[in-house]
Write a protein of this length. Structure first.
Lengths: 431, 473
């Protein structure tokens, strides 16, 4: 049975990779029509989903617990080893199956939604990048595999936000989203490197199963803090929530799969995997719980005043994500997983049906029930302004992080120019 | 033995002869396009010869010694070490990429001659461990660089580069002479050589000339003469074996700070050329940082990154030049659009840029992963500067991509890549991705080179330890 499960996991791992390569060649070479690309995508996704469902059902049916799967070693030199380890447990296989099921649904929807769209090939290539990323995040048995998946999610997300490349707003927002994701990647890479440095191994399975014997309490706290930053950026927890409405610039199917269903829950999933590590530090647990609570309240408040349907749904999603984080911090295991699965499917449905609703009503805002027209107590309390400004989250980050950084860089740039005798002003204004 | 000498002679002739012949051809032929055709053939021959050092094991370890023994002359005229075998492919490959993708309107025969000579000097520099010959290569490549800059309309860049390169050459010559004298002046010599390397590599605070050269000069020759990183090779040959660990640590920390500095300033530049200049500062500093960590992982990572960043950065700069040839000077404060008109150029730019930032699936990822692991092991706190540099570089690349190719409706006809441009970009992309997905051979070569460097360092440190003990007694 172990061999059977491992074979199925291997299929789940390899099929999206092959699909990515095929779609990459098609996108670069301008090859293949919509039918051919659709066939490649369908075969890749259905095969991967079949593998994940087979592995999950076999795992649940057998009493033996198969070990993790080592696909091989990507590279090794000195003390650095990049092991391609895949986790084989109910959590990983369950999330992989859920992710691939949702990707299948979104792919079928996208074939029609993007019919005759000039960027059809590019869209499916970037979606394939996402599928590989989310599969790696779900199945990661080593911190390096997790990091690769994490990076693929970030890049594909930013590129899809800027999918309508001729729109200036879309690409500006994509850059904003990518900036937050880079922070997430940096935090994740730092955590990965520290884990390697302190434990001598990048094995997530041992670490996330509660074996932190090699780590001092301060080290656990630092790794937890870095993981929390990575998760907060990826799942748009407060104060990193400002990018979420900006990310709605992409095509609706990609918004559905990223910000309704999967990408936004990837952080929660990681936190759930890392729960034993989180529980080992009371301070980190408290930070996670507070972050979740604040995010839930913030999402609920800001979501009530949004005037476009996708932003309203995204803030509603954020509220639930905050609650999921609180559940994880509270030490629950099954409840957050079920919450993630149910919530992802529900939001997927909402996002995918949003264009139809808009089309039916011939309008782009969400004044569907008229609730916003009634006088609200929040208005009297000034909370309305807070919600309307989306909690000033962007302004806060701009003032605390970006502006001082930009100021220092501008001064250094001016100094460099003076050093070489360039007294002219810069040709343009820095962004 | 005689057969071996013949093989080595043929190999050296095939490696260094074609670029020298191309230089001579450029002097006598007025037709720049014909000179380019000759140079492309010569570069191909040189590439094949350089690649032979990977596949013909007999070539490794070949040594052509000086007839006289002198500290200034060093041990050998030519020595094919593990490091040489690892690096010697770079100059001919970059030369081939540069001349093939240069827009026809910007061709000039003297420029082609300079680039050919630069490639020959770059390849030879990687094959010698003689301080005198290294200084000669250093001086010649600086001279070629300045000669190329002299044709630029704005003389400020020429002046600035002349100051910095002249200063670094003076420091290097002084350092080599002091090292040759030995004794107490040896330490002074080492300090001077390190200072020369810092200036030549543009390590903060000696970095200001690089963005200026990119801004005002011609990018092609600038990249061709800078990307192989002669300064880093001099550091590997003269500094790493001889310098105390504390000194190497200071150089590594300065390099890490420079990597972040360059990446941060690149992010906020308003001009594509200056952004490229700062990106180069950041990339080349990362390589030096790994070289000075003395941990085998970091060293191997730095060597892999050396190859990867040279290829990826050449790719990025060539794509920007191709775009400049179609649109003129490029500002990053506005969106230029046109992705639909030139999707392959846009995809190439993005791929090369992501390779610079260490994105998975490219050789840059392998190098950065090992480098970061190694630097954190050597300097737990400062090593994270490498992570910050990678994050900022990725952001800069995406900002440039959006600005140069997106944000505006495409208008006008589809601007296809020329066939020679497509071949160059495709070739670099294949090299970066293939060696990123299957990095075994590159890593093994890098490991051999780093082991050889560390062995050389151990040998020197063992020799100097008794001398220091007796001096203190």
């Amino acid at each position: 049975m172990t061999l059977w499960i491992h074979a199925a996991v291997l299929v789940t791992f390899v099929a999206p990779l092959l699909m990515l390569m095929a779609l990459g060649v098609a996108a670069l070479g301008g090859l293949g029509g919509e039918r051919a690309l659709g066939a490649v995508t369908r075969v890749g996704l259905v095969t991967a989903l079949g593998g994940a469902l087979t592995a999950l059902s076999s795992y649940l049916l057998t009493s033996a617990r198969p070990p993790s799967l080592r696909v091989g070693t990507w590279f090794a030199a000195g003390e650095t080893t990049f092991a391609l380890d895949l986790a084989v447990d109910s959590l990983s296989l369950g999330f992989a199956a859920l992710s691939l099921l949702i990707c299948n649904i979104v792919a079928v929807f996208s074939f029609r939604y993007l019919h005759r769209e000039p960027g059809f090939r590019r869209y499916f290539f970037q979606m394939a990048m996402f599928v590989v990323g989310i599969t790696l995040v779900a199945l990661a048995g080593s911190v390096e595999v997790l990091f690769v998946g994490w990076e693929l999610l970030g890049l594909s997300s930013a590129l899809l936000v800027g999918f309508f490349q001729e729109r200036r707003g879309a690409v500006n927002n994509a850059l904003r989203v990518f900036a937050v994701y880079r922070l997430s990647d940096a935090a994740m890479l730092s955590a990965a490197v520290l884990l390697h440095h302190w434990t001598g191994s990048g094995n997530l399975i041992a670490l996330f199963s509660g074996d932190q014997s090699g780590l001092a309490p301060g080290q656990v706290l630092l790794i937890d803090a870095l993981l929390l930053v990575a998760v907060a950026c990826k799942s748009a927890l407060w104060p990193f929530s400002g990018w979420l409405p900006r990310a709605m610039e992409g095509p609706t199917p990609s918004s559905a799969v990223y910000y309704g269903a999967l990408s936004i829950h990837a952080g929660c999933f990681l936190l759930l995997r890392a729960q034993p590590l989180l529980a080992a530090s009371t301070a980190a647990t408290l930070i996670a719980a507070s972050g979740g609570l604040i995010t839930a309240a913030y999402g609920s408040l800001a979501g009530r005043v949004q005037t476009d349907v996708k932003s309203a749904i995204s803030y509603a999603t954020l509220t639930q994500v905050g609650i999921i984080v609180v559940e994880i911090a509270a030490g629950l295991e099954l409840v957050p997983m079920l919450h993630i699965a149910g919530h992802a499917c529900f939001r997927l449905l909402q996002f995918l049906s949003a264009p139809n609703v808009l089309h039916e009503r011939h309008e782009l805002d969400n004044r569907l029930g008229g609730a916003l027209h009634r006088p609200s107590p929040t208005r009297r309390a000034g909370v309305y302004l807070f919600a309307l400004e989306r909690g000033f989250a962007d302004a806060l980050l701009e003032r605390v992080l970006v502006a001082p950084f930009r100021l220092v860089v501008a001064k250094l740039d001016a100094l460099d120019r003076r050093l070489v005798g360039d007294t002219s002003r810069a040709r343009g204004r820095a962004p | 033995m005689k057969v071996m000498m013949i093989i080595v002679g043929v190999w050296l002739s095939a490696l260094l002869g074609p670029p020298l012949l191309a230089t001579l051809w450029a002097m006598v032929d007025d037709d720049a396009r014909r000179v380019r055709r000759v140079a492309v053939v010569a570069a191909l021959v040189a590439c094949v010869a350089a690649a032979a050092s990977y596949f013909v094991p007999e070539l490794s370890g070949v040594r052509l010694a000086w007839p006289w023994r002198s500290a200034l002359l060093g041990p050998s005229i030519v020595r094919v070490s593990a490091l040489s075998s690892f690096l010697v492919l770079l100059p001919p490959v970059l030369w081939l990429a540069t001349i093939t993708s240069t827009p026809s309107a910007r061709l000039d025969r003297l420029g082609l001659g300079r680039t050919a000579l630069g490639a020959a000097i770059g390849a030879f520099a990687f094959l010698t461990d003689s301080p005198l010959l290294l200084a000669t290569c250093w001086a010649t490549s600086s001279g070629l660089f300045l000669w190329g800059l002299a044709s630029a309309p704005n003389r400020r860049a020429t002046r600035v580069v002349a100051y910095y390169h002249g200063g670094s050459l003076a420091l290097l010559v002084g350092g080599i002479v002091a090292l040759a004298i030995g004794g107490p002046t040896g330490s002074l010599g080492l300090a001077l050589v390190i200072a020369a390397v810092l200036v030549r590599k543009g390590i903060v605070p000696f970095h200001a000339w690089i963005p200026e050269a990119f801004d005002q000069g011609r990018i092609g020759p600038t990249v061709l003469l800078s990307a192989p990183q002669l300064g880093t090779y001099v550091a590997a040959t003269l500094v790493v074996p001889n310098a105390p660990e504390a000194t190497l640590r200071v150089v590594a920390i300065l390099s890490l700070v420079t990597a972040v500095y360059g990446a941060a300033l690149a992010l906020f530049q308003a001009d594509a050329r200056r952004a490229l200049g700062y990106l180069f500062v950041s990339q080349s500093a990362l390589v030096l940082a790994g070289l000075d960590c003395t941990s085998e992982d970091a060293l191997t990572g730095a060597l892999v990154l050396w190859i990867s960043s040279a290829l990826a950065f050449t790719g990025v700069s060539r794509t920007v030049l191709a775009l400049e040839a179609r649109r003129g000077r490029l500002l990053l404060t506005r969106h230029h659009g046109g992705f639909d008109q030139m999707p392959l150029l846009a995809a190439s730019f993005l791929l090369f840029g992501l390779a610079c930032s260490g994105f998975p699936g490219t050789l840059g990822f392998i190098g950065q992963e090992m480098l970061i692991d190694g630097t954190v092991r050597s300097f737990p706190a400062m090593g994270f500067l490498a992570v910050a540099a990678a994050a900022l570089t990725g952001l800069t690349v995406l900002r440039m991509y959006f600005s140069l190719f997106c944000g505006r409706p495409s208008a006008g006809p589809r601007l296809r890549l020329l066939r020679r441009e497509a071949v160059v970009f495709g070739g670099i992309a294949v090299l970066l991705v293939a060696s990123g997905v299957l990095p075994g051979r590159v890593i093994r070569a890098g490991e051999r080179a780093s082991e050889a460097l560390l062995r050389a360092r151990d040998a020197v440190q063992r020799l100097s330890a008794p001398a220091e003990r007796s001096a203190s007694d």
